[in-house]
Design a protein around this ligand. Structure first.
Ligand code: PLP
Length: 464
């Protein structure tokens, strides 16, 4: 490579705006080593760039792109997103957007940041040189132990640390389970309605996917037995169904477990927000009633701590630990160690229990604020079917089926609700909105936000 090419690379990057005025560039010696050329080749290029005013030399502070350069803003060349599945557009548009009623996000205003920072420092200081290698595939052993302890006390399980497999979220947990256990054409059952992202993922990775309806008692197990007795997997959210938030009743739990034992099938329990229950009726996990180890439990810290940490886990049936390990070694890259170490401290020093207790009380209040605000701003528009817990509510349209239009309208006012009907896979749908309340700080705030869309909402339902 000659000096001209180096010169051209710089002028192109500066003109395109990728290298910005004021940004530091590598020293002559470092760049020469990096490119494998003589120092004088880089020196020649830098001399011209400095001479023409692209770069300036600041002595000991190094060489910078001239801070006084004025680079005309290039029109952003954003490639057109072509989506085959149009329902994803709405999600992509909302993902980075701050708005009201976001779904499934913990209360960000009440997170114990100071404590987290303290524990982060502690975890970093405790890093040993050997911990800079790849972390174990199934997760950091002390975290696996801390999770097992927590689940046994709080969710009524009876599991050992060896059964915990740390993953990076729902999608990775489900994909790992199916990769480990499923063979082509195994029948897999999902709830209808069902978790939006679960539905998308399963449609993509499962060849033989079927649905079972959900009613006020949770998954309709009679329907399952009648139509899908031969299924190998059922993926369900028994504590608070996603999205209807109903709880799987005890008789149905027993029926489901009995079926799984008889047919040697697997129940995948998605306990994504089972920690948040607001009545005296504390609901143990389905896995706690599973005496025959037919339930594969899937948990997450996205709801209890923060989604950006990306730590979740599977509780593997004992007989499957070897199989999971083998599959994990082939298809997984282990999870980053540092977040696992911080989380271990948070759990084992008792902060997690305290945090959950505080959040439970807070969410209960915020949930009531949102119900009350909906009633005040839109009396008569929605019907409510109160449930025991979770981090969202579902409100049903009393009349009409325009939930998709209503959600689009509210989204345009930055109210980030979801239309219930789009969480259904089959024809028999209900209509309403799925609403997150965890980040609403007062009833006034909820009223003000909801009122933004009042006029247009009244017009949509011809109620004005
Ligand atoms: C139904 C359901 N399951 C699982 C999860 C957990 O997802 P993750 O652990 O990937 O953040 C969520 C999060 O929104 C959810 O709504």
């Amino acid at each position: 490579m000659g000096y001209k090419e180096i010169y051209q690379r710089y002028t192109q990057s500066i003109r395109a705006g990728t290298l910005k005025p004021g940004e530091k560039v590598p020293s002559i010696r470092v760049l020469a080593e990096d490119l494998g050329v003589a120092k004088k080749t880089v020196e020649a290029a830098y001399d011209i760039l400095i001479g023409e005013g692209y770069l300036v030399s600041r002595g000991a502070r190094g060489t910078l792109v001239n801070p006084e350069l004025f680079i005309k803003k290039q029109p952003a060349e954003t490639p057109q997103l072509v989506l085959e599945d149009k329902s994803l557009k709405h999600i992509i548009d909302l993902r980075d957007n701050k708005g009201y009623f976001r779904l499934g996000i913990p209360s960000l205003d009440e997170f114990p940041y100071k404590k987290w920072l303290l524990l982060s420092g502690k975890a970093i200081r405790a890093m040993r040189p050997e911990e800079m290698l790849n972390p174990p595939i199934m997760g950091h052993p002390p975290l696996r132990q801390a999770i097992a302890n927590y689940l046994n006390i709080s969710r009524g399980l009876n599991c050992k640390a060896e059964q915990i497999f740390i993953t990076s979220g729902y999608k990775s947990s489900i994909a790992l389970i199916l990769q480990t256990l499923s063979v082509q054409n195994d029948k897999c059952i999902f709830e209808d309605p069902g978790y939006f992202f679960g539905q998308k993922l399963l449609k993509r990775i499962v060849h033989n996917l079927h649905y079972t309806p959900v009613d006020a008692q949770g998954l309709n197990v009679d329907y399952l037995l009648q139509h899908h007795h031969d299924a190998k997997f059922v993926i369900t959210s028994p504590a608070h169904h996603s999205p209807l938030a109903v709880t799987l009743s005890l008789p149905r739990r027993q029926q489901l477990l009995q079926w799984a034992v008889q047919t040697k099938s697997w129940v995948i329990e998605d306990d994504y927000d089972g920690e948040f229950h607001y009545t005296k009726k504390v609901i143990p996990a389905l896995k706690s009633q599973d005496t025959d180890d037919r339930v594969i439990y899937v948990g997450t810290f996205s709801k209890t701590i923060m989604p950006s940490m990306r730590v979740s886990y599977i509780v593997m049936p004992t007989e499957l630990i070897g199989k999971f390990k083998e599959t994990g070694e082939i298809i997984e890259t282990s999870q980053p160690l540092l977040p696992q170490k911080i989380l271990t401290l948070f759990l084992s020093e008792g902060h997690f229990f305290k945090h959950l207790k505080k959040m439970r009380a807070l969410y209960q209040q915020r949930r009531m604020m949102v119900y009350s605000a909906l009633d005040k701003v839109y009396p008569g528009l929605f019907a409510y079917e109160h449930t025991d817990g979770g981090m969202h509510i579902v409100v049903f349209l009393k009349q009409g089926v325009q939930d998709v239009q209503l959600a689009e309208l509210w989204n345009s006012f930055n109210l980030q609700v979801f239309p219930l009907s789009s969480w259904y896979s089959q024809k028999n749908k209900r209509y309403g909105l799925v609403i997150g309340y965890t980040n609403i700080q007062s009833e006034q705030e909820a009223i003000a936000a909801l009122s933004l869309a009042y006029k247009d909402t009244m017009a949509l339902f011809a109620l004005a």
